[in-house]
Write a protein that binds this ligand. Structure first.
Ligand code: SAM
Length: 212
């Protein structure tokens, strides 16, 4: 799977892609990450990417010309890729979306707005608008990283345990979460691992976990 991110801050992604499972996924050839620096599509000698909003208001908006040119460049690399736009105006992103994107087999192009947002006309080049939660971040980079992490870990061959992604929280997009877990030592600062987990009785352990 090709994952291309359009951003004014490509350096933010180096650490995320360079560590742990996301790095392993690339190392194993399961995914190829790249960034497209939006500034290189800026207008004029100053490479301008933003302008003031029509109708007045605070802050600056990403102009449509650089964003659309960057999306078109990304599409040349991967014509069938889905274009995602992180935005508070989008549909709330859930585990089922991560599963769908991982299973879909298509590459991803993720556009990362900054400032007060973007010219709405760019959405004509976008397949899905995605909100990652009801709070406001300074840019689309952290939402993009969240989407990438949640999708890549579900790609076949990324997680170690065969079933580790199947018995996790939010499997049906509901409030169901995984049971509490413990490891050694059996007692830590006066707090003991529940007896039921120590007795080796699989039926009782399964019931306790379900109840939790
Ligand atoms: N003025 C915008 C508003 O009130 O909805 C917020 C702009 S925010 C400072 C800049 C960019 O960060 C947004 O355009 C969006 O791309 C991204 N962003 C911020 N919070 C987000 C969220 N919860 N989900 C997805 N993207 C978000």
């Amino acid at each position: 799977m090709k994952i291309q991110v359009i951003t004014l801050f490509p350096e933010m992604f180096t650490g995320v892609w360079g560590a742990s499972m996301l790095w392993k996924a690339q190392d194993r050839g399961i995914v190829q990450y790249s960034t497209i620096d939006l500034r290189t599509f800026g207008l004029g000698s100053r490479r301008t990417v933003d302008d003031t909003p029509y109708g007045g208001g605070d802050g600056m908006l990403l102009k449509p010309e650089p964003v659309v040119a960057a999306i078109e460049a990304a599409k040349k690399n991967d014509p069938d890729a889905l274009v995602l736009l992180p935005t508070p105006r989008g549909k709330l992103y859930k585990q089922s979306d991560a599963k769908r994107l991982a299973a879909g087999g298509k590459g991803l192009i993720i556009v990362c707005p900054r400032y007060e947002g973007y010219d709405e006309r760019i959405t004509a080049w976008v397949d899905e608008q995605v909100c990652i939660g009801n709070y406001v971040l300074t840019g689309g980079e952290l939402p993009a990283m969240t989407i990438i992490d949640s999708v890549v870990r579900l790609l076949p061959g990324v997680l170690g345990g065969e079933h580790s992604a199947e018995i996790e929280s939010f499997q049906d997009d509901d409030e169901t979460v995984e049971y509490p877990q413990y490891t050694r030592p059996v007692e830590f600062r006066g707090m003991k691992v529940p007896e039921v987990l120590q007795n080796g009785h699989h039926g009782e352990i399964a019931k306790w976990r379900k109840d939790q």
